[in-house]
Design a protein around this ligand. Sequence first.
Ligand code: SF4
Length: 214
Amino acid sequence: MSANDQLPPSTEEREPLPLSLLNDLLYCERRAALKTVEGYRSANEHTNRGDIVHEHADLAGFEVAKGVTLLRALPAWSRKFGLNGKCDIVERRPDGSLFPVEFKLGKRRKWENDDAQLCAQALCLEEMFEIPVRHGAIFHADSKRRREVEFHEELRARTTEAIRRLHELVRSSSVPPAEYRDACQECSLFEVCLPKATGTESRATRLARQLFET
Ligand code: SF4
């Protein structure tokens, strides 16, 4: 199935959603819902470090080095996919191609949510500039290394499906139940979510279910 087969319905009547929410959705749908439906945004060590990593990329501007124009904090949007946000860096190369770069915490490693967020930026750039965007990179702050990402059909299809789920989640205005797992330990919404207390198989949930069993 190609990415075009999975296009979300018309975005004309929808509020555009932040590109960064895609990353949250793929990390945990409850996390994305708590942010967008309930409006929570808590900071922890990981988000604070993330904010610092993004600080220098948040200042809009451009510079030219070796024939490559580096556009910083470039606004990006897509009417087709109902998204908006910004690209940390977009390289405009001598052949006219565009190459988005997203800054992330940690060492060089592969995360599906980072790749999908970057791919969504590429979808925005393609719509804005009407040119194909075939590659980008994640810059890992701790190891100061880049990992190149190809925007192949499979990644485009996964990203488009995540965009569709994100719009569906926001439309439903519902918050999925918690499911405690390893990723919860690094989640900045842990104290709000209380996954051990509110999870589908938590003691509190089991007791509540038993209370109404006959
Ligand atoms: S604490 Fe866990 S279940 Fe709750 S929002 Fe974060 S990742 Fe999701």
